[in-house]
Ligand binder design. Structure first.
Ligand code: SF4
Length: 276
């Protein structure tokens, strides 16, 4: 991911990669002009119950905007998603999606990846960057999968984080997308930024404090929405609430966002940090 060990973007499940957005564009579903964003002050001292009600409204809007939000990393099984997620660290999903068909055609199993020549593996994944470390992690992971998990990707957080190059964020990607298990919330650079701007984190010190942001999100977002909310926030972060130029006037979430209209100019955010 852009701010850590892996990266996710919104896409559609499996081999499809186009962002699914109801209507022709996100802006077509944007906030109507008569709906004025609330001021930051309207959200200060927000109770947990009020925050949870606001989250439900935000989730309803996100479901309308991104009804098919999903992982943009193409994959056909948990192993492919795991490897693609490891490759996506500091790399775009588009680049990973170009590399993985070649990689999995040549090395289709954990055993084949684990036994591959390091030089050959590095050559295939070279364009994803940090290819030496990634090749090392992939091979260590695959060898452990073969030795301890019968060549299969385990479906528990406890087992996944024992694999090389797999921290909680990657494990959340695999558990949520490949196994349909809501064990946590993927917090990448987009989710960190939007959770902060939307006032859905209160204990984090900044937008990169992924551990605390995830914990706060897990507190206020219903468990069954943990996987979806990450995919949807990533999509919204890419299309509407970008880091440098959030489009608050056209944002569907503006009425429930404490940061709406608080940006003095592009690139100078004044994020609405809420007390709990
Ligand atoms: S900061 Fe602006 S663009 Fe981002 S979610 Fe809030 S209202 Fe929408």
């Amino acid at each position: 991911m852009a701010n850590g060990e892996d990266r996710m973007t919104v896409g559609t499940r499996g081999r499809r990669s186009k962002l699914a957005v109801r209507g022709s564009t996100v802006l077509s579903a944007a906030t109507s002009k008569e709906e004025k964003p609330r001021t930051k002050g309207a959200f200060t001292d927000e109770s947990v119950a009020a925050k949870k009600r606001r989250v439900r409204r935000i989730l309803a809007a996100l479901h309308k905007l991104y009804p098919a939000a999903d992982c943009a990393l193409r994959h056909n099984d948990p192993l492919q998603l795991l490897i693609a997620t490891i490759l996506s660290a500091q790399c775009t999903d588009e680049t990973v999606n170009k590399v993985t068909p070649v990689l999995f055609a040549r090395f289709p199993t954990a055993q084949a990846l684990g036994e591959a020549s390091r030089e050959e593996l590095e050559a295939v994944i070279h364009s994803t960057g940090f290819f030496r470390q990634k090749a090392k992690s992939i091979q260590a992971t695959c060898r452990k999968l073969v030795a301890e998990f019968d060549g299969q990707v385990p479906d528990t957080m406890e087992a996944l984080v024992t694999l090389s190059g797999v921290a909680r964020k990657t494990a959340n990607v695999v558990l949520g997308t490949a196994f349909g298990k809501n064990e946590g919330v993927v917090v990448d650079t987009h989710v960190g930024r939007l959770a902060t701007r939307l006032g859905l984190t209160w204990s984090s010190k900044d937008t990169k404090d992924a551990v605390k942001i995830e914990r706060d999100l897990m507190d206020v977002v219903p468990r069954e929405e943990w996987t979806f909310v990450a995919h949807a926030l990533i999509g919204h972060g890419r299309l509407v609430c970008s880091a440098r130029k959030p489009d608050c006037p056209h944002c569907t979430l503006a009425g429930d966002c404490p940061s709406a209209g608080t940006f003095e100019d592009a690139g100078t955010p004044s994020p609405g940090r809420l007390s709990r």
